[in-house]
Design a protein around this ligand. Structure first.
Ligand code: SF4
Length: 386
């Protein structure tokens, strides 16, 4: 039985954050129930679907992630029902990691207890910052105090596996503010912290305000400095960096996230959800109306050998465990690079990569320029494929 990760998308939010270009919509309460009805139907159809063989005969679910949007906005019983139906797609491991993404402004003790009863055992909180002014600039609906309260309520409800999402490189953010956010996150002693740099997505209100000069974001150098202090401060507090933006206390790495970086099989349910099964990628439509109208599984793409090589290099090198060279050789029936390859020697000599214990991985310095290192590693692959 192969491991499988499930993703369920809930595309509703209380308000649209100023930087967000995800498939999520504020309001539309009138469509919430229709959406869940469609989602449960999609889940039921997958429990009978044989496009990839009957999934329950081939896979066991090692992780499920209910993301969005704001899944904690909708009634908790709907989440419980969707999860219950998912168990018909394939059997869940007894210790399956089941995460719900929560916005601190939408949690109540009752909802948290209902998630626990439904089998959810991990909570990922979109804290983003512990500075209320920055939260306001981002258009978040919660305050720093509500994040602290959400962690307390979650623990009371029985959650011990909690992640805090944080953001840096925010408009007007100083290093002192970022350090304060990191320290306050660490003080909460949650087992997992994700720290992402802000990406100004075209078309968002925040990008427009920056483009007009009304507000400004820290420059590239300041953003790299913020990333470096995060690595340093978090590692001193026992959070190991296991991916460019993810840090965990020992044995608290997210199984679900690792599935993406190590290209395991995953099935995405709901609008805008992406899937990869047996080296085929497909997705549901981004638009809510198209999903509600029954459109499913658009863009089915059977990956070719080169696609798989490219993805393996791009995704594995995000993780600090990097590429398993023996697994590579088994999968592609050839070594990663020729003996004494000049590019690898140069990258290692410059401190961007290390090769040890049968793995090739990027150093902290290499992770800062991961895209550039990946391009060089792909040039090696192009030569090997010729
Ligand atoms: S809560 Fe998340 S998904 Fe919703 S608008 Fe904000 S960033 Fe986007």
């Amino acid at each position: 039985m192969k491991p499988l990760a499930l993703y369920l998308h809930v595309p509703f939010c209380a308000r649209k954050c100023a930087y967000c270009d995800f498939a999520s919509w504020p309001g539309r309460e009138g469509e919430w129930w229709r959406y869940f009805d469609a989602l449960v139907t999609e889940i039921r159809l997958w429990s009978e679907n044989t496009d990839f063989g009957l999934l329950k005969a081939r896979f066991r679910v090692r992780s499920a992630f209910i993301g969005g949007g704001t899944p904690t906005l909708v009634p908790a019983e709907w989440i419980a029902e969707a999860l219950r139906m998912c168990r018909q797609i394939a059997p869940f491991d007894a210790d399956a990691e089941i995460t719900i993404e929560g916005n601190p402004g939408t949690l109540t003790p009752g909802k948290l207890r209902a998630y626990r009863r439904a089998g959810v055992n991990r909570l990922s909180l979109g804290a983003q910052s512990f500075d209320d002014d920055l939260l306001h600039t981002l258009g978040r609906i919660h305050t720093a105090a509500q994040t602290v309260e959400a962690v307390r309520m979650a623990r009371d409800a029985g959650f011990s596996n909690i992640n805090l999402d944080l953001m840096y490189g925010l408009p007007g953010q100083t290093m002192a503010q970022w350090l304060d956010t990191l320290n306050r996150a660490v003080a909460l002693n949650v087992p997992h912290i994700s720290a992402y740099s802000l990406i100004l997505e075209p078309g968002t209100p925040l990008a427009a305000r920056v483009a007009s000069g009304e507000i400004s974001v820290p420059d590239d150098e300041a953003v790299i400095a913020m990333q470096r202090v995060a690595v340093e401060l978090l590692s001193k507090s026992d959070y190991g960096r296991y991916e460019i933006s993810n840090y965990a206390k020992p044995k608290s790495e997210s199984r679900h996230n690792l599935t993406y970086w190590y290209r395991g099989d995953y099935l995405g349910l709901g609008c805008a959800a992406h899937s990869m099964l047996d080296q085929s990628r497909f997705s549901n439509p981004d638009a809510l109306d198209a999903y509600l109208a029954g459109e499913r599984m658009t863009d089915v793409q059977r990956l070719k050998q080169w696609d798989i090589i490219e993805e393996t290099v791009m995704l594995n090198t995000r993780a600090t465990r990097g590429i398993d060279l023996a697994a590579w050789e088994r999968q592609f029936a050839r070594p990663f690079a020729p003996q004494d390859d000049k590019t690898l020697k140069r990258l290692a000599g410059a401190g961007y990569i290390e090769i040890s214990d049968g793995r090739l991985y990027l150093t902290g310095r290499g992770l800062e320029v991961q895209n550039a290192v990946v391009l060089e590693l792909l040039e090696i692959q192009e030569a090997m494929e010729r």
